[in-house]
Design a protein around this ligand. Structure first.
Ligand SMILES: [Zn+2]
Length: 260
């Protein structure tokens, strides 16, 4: 392995090892209290298998980038962190909630999409600087930074909608986006949870085409199709677009692979 193991993930005193994009599922299982019949080797073969396949295809990962089994005393089952998040949900609600905040942030923080002009981390830092500058001028932001950051995104969106008419997404762009989504398995590319394109390639009712950057940018490279819960979260500012930028970039890479 290229990178040293880092061990900043500790749950109830137990270390969960991670390296590159991988998490040790065996450590997760132990940290969640070693629940009987929920060991990783069973989960990856049965309950977890469809999601593992989905992550491999959605993220364009090889078999060993998505799942590894290591023998020996310090061995265990390792998986891509998105698979780890699904496994956490299977283990316990408390543990899943912790993973959703701490582990997700830890793993996403180290991502840098290949070919991007700015890395994800740089983008976050930049968004943070803009946010800090604005809140200094306003002199009124004292609430949680994350919440305020989402609201800032929302205000920007509302301002641009108020001043210029929304540019609608064309039927052709919608068709392209639906085809890419179907080729990725039909799941929401934002949360990977909800099926948004059915087996006939049709968008389900509970899915929305979303202008990712601005309602002035309706072309295929600035649009995706996501589930209604994700769309609501983004529209009402409960989730900031900076937080899901990595999923949008990944979706767009897939679109370029298919349509250039
Ligand atoms: Zn979603």
């Amino acid at each position: 392995m290229s990178n040293a193991i880092s061990s900043s993930l500790v749950y109830k005193g137990l270390v969960i090892r991670d390296r590159d994009q991988m998490l040790c599922l065996t450590d997760m299982w132990k940290a969640a209290g070693s629940p009987v019949n929920r060991e990783p080797y069973n989960w990856v073969r049965f309950d977890g298998a469809p999601f593992i396949q989905f992550v491999a295809s959605n993220q364009n990962l090889s078999d060993t980038q998505v799942l590894q089994a290591e023998r020996g005393r310090n061995g265990g089952t390792w998986a891509h962190w998105q698979v780890g998040m699904a496994y956490a949900q299977y283990l316990s609600p408390d543990f899943h909630a912790w993973c959703n905040s701490v582990v997700r942030q830890h793993m996403e923080g180290r991502l840098a999409p290949p070919g991007a002009f700015v890395t994800h981390t740089e983008f976050r830092q930049f968004a943070g600087q803009v946010f800090d500058a604005v809140s200094e001028v306003q002199g009124q932001v004292t609430a949680l930074q994350a919440e305020a950051r989402s609201r800032f995104d929302l205000i920007g969106e509302q301002l641009s909608q108020a001043t210029r008419p929304r540019k609608e997404i064309s039927a052709k762009v919608k068709g392209t986006i639906a085809v890419v989504t179907a080729q990725l398995g039909g799941y929401c590319p934002c949360c990977s949870r909800h099926k948004i394109v059915d087996d006939n390639g049709r968008k389900v009712a509970e899915a929305e085409y979303d202008h990712f950057y601005s309602n002035q940018m309706p072309d295929a490279e600035h649009v995706w199709l996501i589930c209604k819960p994700c769309h609501d979260d983004l529209t009402f500012g409960r989730v900031s677009r900076v937080q899901v930028d990595i999923h949008f970039s990944s979706f767009q890479r897939k679109r370029r692979d298919h349509f250039g």
